[in-house]
Design a protein around this ligand. Structure first.
Ligand code: DC
Length: 215
């Protein structure tokens, strides 16, 4: 079973590269950030205070999520667009700090990988906590300016404002107590600032082939 763990800050290219790599390897792709966004969306929909740890955790345990490569259905509602909107984006770090939510989503992520016989899974704590024994652990990064420019190209907005919002979210994701974004010593690091998607995917494929032949 191949499990490729891809971690890194917002805008580093994780989703694009994880999707392309999954296609090349013939496995499925799981975006765990979408799961944290889905819980944030569900909590906002039901009007719960996002800081109410137990209530938000209960909602995370009770909510249904149907994840496919292009869509996410939360409690029967298509939340594909809404989870990428500014309201969810600015609130998601608060939900991601909730340890009970993390426990629930971690279990769902492990089950998803078991049900799909492996896959490419991306997030912040995949190589460090969710799959510490992954076949390959990758830490993707890019310069703050490039990351902000990518987000602007994707969803519009002002590059300085987006850069600031990304910096705030990165700081929250890296400094929280429970499973923060960290670079583990056994991960390969790739700076995607001036690399094409294809180049990075090819490099990762070679790393995986090497790992498999070493085993
Ligand atoms: O990758 P993204 O921007 O869609 O992630 C949304 C938020 O979810 C991000 O601010 C950090 C959090 N997250 C997390 O804490 N752990 C993960 N495995 C994935 C995302």
């Amino acid at each position: 079973m191949i499990v490729v763990a891809i971690d890194g800050p917002a805008g580093a290219g994780k989703s694009t590269i994880a999707k392309a790599l999954a296609i090349k390897l013939g496995v499925r792709y799981l975006d765990t950030g979408a799961m944290y966004r889905a819980v944030t969306f569900a909590a906002m929909q039901s009007g719960i205070d996002l800081g109410a740890e137990c209530e938000v955790a209960k909602l995370a345990r009770d909510c249904t999520m149907e994840l496919s490569d292009d869509t996410i259905i939360v409690n029967g509602v298509d939340a594909t667009q809404a989870i990428r909107g500014p309201e969810v984006t600015s609130a998601v770090s608060t939900v991601a700090m909730n340890s009970q939510v993390r426990t629930e989503l971690r279990e769902r992520q492990r089950k998803w990988i078991a049900d799909h016989s492996g896959g490419v899974i991306e997030g912040r704590d995949i190589g460090s906590v969710v799959f510490p024994d992954a076949t390959l652990k990758v830490y993707l990064t890019a310069s703050p300016l490039v990351r902000a420019q990518r987000r602007v190209a994707q969803s519009g907005g002002n590059v300085d404002e987006i850069a600031l919002a990304i910096a705030v979210r990165d700081a929250q994701d890296s400094s929280r107590e429970d499973s923060p974004l960290i670079l583990t010593s056994d991960a390969i690091t790739i700076d995607t600032s001036s690399r094409s998607i294809q180049e990075v995917v090819n490099e990762l494929e070679q790393f995986i082939a090497q790992k498999i032949s070493d085993e």
